[in-house]
Design a binder for this molecule. Structure first.
Ligand SMILES: Cc1cc2nc3c(=O)[nH]c(=O)nc-3n(C[C@H](O)[C@H](O)[C@H](O)COP(=O)(O)O)c2cc1C
Length: 170
């Protein structure tokens, strides 16, 4: 697992090659089988393929315009009362995050690029996809086969374990 976890990256270059339905189903199953509080499974996945992605292109922030060249976009949608709220801690985003990471990893495993973005106009996405008012669009997953160009500037770095791990207490 660790090899694929470390190799996965949020690339920004996509080919226009369609993603096969079988691969899409595997990505959705990876999300479906994520853990969640009391197994509430608070996620909904709205899938746009090919020309359908154009419906929300104008909702994507300018800084993320690379996302418009992908074959597929999956909107991850939820609302707070679909999952546990414990002492003020709202877990719907947490559980959806687990589903999203599963989907990112399965996409990578399938030879695809998958990149999460929060830079979009949520109201516009909801309007275009007829998502009911009380739901939140948490993230758009931008998915497709990798393109030729790759960003030179995207260095993948992480904090050292010493910075983020305390053994035996804070
Ligand atoms: C919640 C969340 C929101 C993100 N939003 C954006 C975004 O709007 N635009 C973008 O280019 N990348 C976005 N990213 C991707 C991150 O920048 C990326 O995961 C991070 O730089 C680490 O790089 P890596 O995924 O290649 O390891 C987002 C990632 C997460 C988890």
């Amino acid at each position: 697992m660790l090899k694929e976890i470390e190799e996965r990256r949020s690339a920004r270059s996509f080919s226009d090659r369609p993603v096969e339905d079988e691969k899409l189903i595997n990505i959705l199953r990876a999300g479906q089988w994520a853990p969640s509080c009391y197994n509430n499974q608070p996620w909904h996945f709205v899938v746009l393929r090919g020309e359908e992605t154009r419906r929300i292109h104008d909702a994507i922030n300018r800084g993320n315009s690379w996302a418009k060249s992908s074959y597929m976009i999956i909107a991850v949608v939820s609302k707070r009362d679909l999952d546990c709220i414990s002492n003020g801690r709202e877990y719907y985003m947490f559980s959806c995050g687990l589903a999203v990471e599963n989907m990112l990893l399965e996409s990578y495993h399938q030879g695809l690029v998958a990149h999460s973005i929060l830079g979009f106009n949520e109201d516009l996405v909801k309007e275009r996809l007829s998502i009911p008012g009380e739901y939140r669009v948490l993230i758009l997953l931008i998915i497709g086969y990798p393109g030729d160009e790759e960003m030179k500037d995207h260095k993948r770095e992480r904090k050292n374990l010493e910075e983020i791990v305390n053994y035996g207490g804070w």
